[in-house]
Design a protein around this ligand. Structure first.
Ligand SMILES: [Cu+2]
Length: 468
């Protein structure tokens, strides 16, 4: 039974049940041994329905059913989400490494994307060579915390739940029975689940003025070019170990977006295209500049002008996130599948809180998405979006044969960074190209290359050759 049929079935069943329950006093008393006067329906009726088990008879899964066997045969779409928890060494800004803990060898862990009402079957495995146990707490679930029990090295655990609420939700390691949870999460064991609304996203309304005192409302389709941005802090000793003392004092040593400080600023490729020289910086800080940085080389995020852009934001850290885009206004902010604001300059996202930001970049230019906490900006929370063709590169790129015709954004020539691109959902516009960028182990990066993602560090020398 597909989902729509299943839903119709449920609705019909509820209708029949309601008729049965409320249609006649005779039937009611037969079923429940008590009488309900349907003309005086109030909140107590709901309690009485529960007491009679009425609704539970027809749609038990509306409640917190978590049995994997039952849920797998429920007619709902089932998503298997397989995570492996283990520790690796990963780079930090400044050329050093730190002792990271990961889901699947990457920070953040893989993004899960489902539709409201789908079943998630979460499996967590810990390799036998791993030094510690790990757990997994998914905020998109509403099940007993006992399911998040830690898993020992060499063992696997599994739980199932229905993603009942739409939105952006954190998942994270819960440590070894909560011990060390702070260390594990702040060392990299976090990620998000995106739960798309059952009825899809809404079209976006942006209000402009005509100049004659009239409002000009422009509507954009619900389909959008999507990015994910996950904020966190690092608390590290100079040797790259987790510093619990620093964490308790809220003295972080870096602010990361998708695991990296300043991961979305220009690199030598952008220098080359704009300045004609890989070493002439177009931005003050380019800490990840250089082809030898491979998947860690910084990348910009490219969007078109007049395009609906949807950002999935999550704050995994200990500090508040004052999400702001320099030069833009957030056209819409949604949390809990309810619009919280339109046309707001900044949106406050607390620790372990998510939001969906819809935005249209009005004119060609460079825009910095920041945590408008100055300590955060200067320690890593500045991520650059480039809209349209602000550097006027189209003519030269066409002339040199890098692209065939002028493009609406540089994404068509250079692609967007893989760790900022979530899996496709029901209202996603496909990115023109995706290049490999992120706090990934070399194994993860080469798997992505095998799947057809572009290794920019191999492409740039070719582009440079064409331009010279
Ligand atoms: Cu862990």
């Amino acid at each position: 039974m597909n989902k729509r049929t299943s839903m119709l079935f449920t609705v019909t069943a509820v209708a029949i049940m309601s008729l049965t329950l409320f249609g006649s006093t005779y039937t009611q008393t037969q079923i429940a041994g008590q009488s309900i006067d349907s003309s005086k329906m109030d909140v107590n009726v709901v309690d009485q329905i529960r007491a009679m088990g009425g609704l539970e008879l027809v749609m038990p899964q509306a409640f917190a059913e978590t049995d994997c066997g039952v849920l797998e045969n429920s007619g709902r779409t089932v998503h298997e989400f397989n995570l492996e928890g283990y520790s690796v060494e990963l780079p930090i800004m400044g050329g050093k490494t730190y002792n990271a803990m990961t889901f699947n060898g990457q920070v953040p862990g893989p993004t899960l994307r489902v539709t409201q009402g789908d079943v998630v079957k979460m499996t967590l495995s810990i390799p036998d060579w791993e030094v510690t146990g790990h757990g997994n707490d998914m905020h998109a679930s509403q099940i007993t915390a006992g399911a998040f029990e830690s898993v020992n090295p060499g063992e696997t655990t599994q739980y199932c739940y229905i993603a009942q609420a739409a939105g952006t939700f954190k998942y994270h390691c819960s440590g070894v029975k909560l011990v060390g949870m702070d260390q594990h999460v702040l060392s990299g064991m976090y990620g998000i689940a995106i739960v798309d609304p059952a009825d899809g996203y809404h079209k976006l309304m942006v209000e402009k003025t005509s100049g004659s005192g009239e409002l000009d409302r422009k509507f954009y389709s619900a389909d959008a070019l999507e990015f994910q941005m996950q904020y966190n802090q690092l608390y590290l000793t100079p040797e790259g170990n987790y510093d619990a003392g620093a964490m308790f004092m809220h003295h972080n040593t870096g602010t990361v977006v998708n695991g990296m400080q300043f991961g979305y600023v220009p690199n030598m490729a952008h220098n080359l295209l704009v300045k004609g020289d890989t070493n002439k910086n177009i931005f003050v800080a380019q800490p990840w500049n250089g082809l030898e940085n491979k998947q860690y080389q910084s990348q910009l995020m490219f969007v078109e002008n007049d395009q609906h852009v949807r950002l999935f934001i999550e704050n995994h850290g200990n500090e508040p996130l004052f999400f702001h885009i320099v030069g833009e206004i957030l056209d819409r902010v949604t949390q809990g599948n309810r619009v919280q604001s339109a046309a707001t300059e900044t949106w406050l996202i607390g620790g372990s809180q998510g939001a969906i930001v819809d935005i249209v970049f009005d004119e060609p230019g460079v825009y910095a998405a920041v945590n408008h906490d100055y300590a955060a900006i200067y320690t890593g929370a500045a991520s650059i979006f480039v809209a349209g063709d602000p550097f006027g590169l189209n003519p030269v790129l066409v002339e040199k044969g890098v692209i065939e015709a002028p493009v609406a954004s540089y994404a068509y020539a250079l692609g967007n960074p893989s760790d900022a691109v979530p899996p496709m959902g029901m209202n996603s516009i496909a990115h023109p190209a995706i290049n490999i960028h992120g706090l990934y182990t070399d194994e993860v990066a080469s798997e992505m290359q095998e799947q057809g993602m572009i290794p920019l560090w191999e492409v740039i020398p070719v582009v440079a050759e064409m331009l010279s």
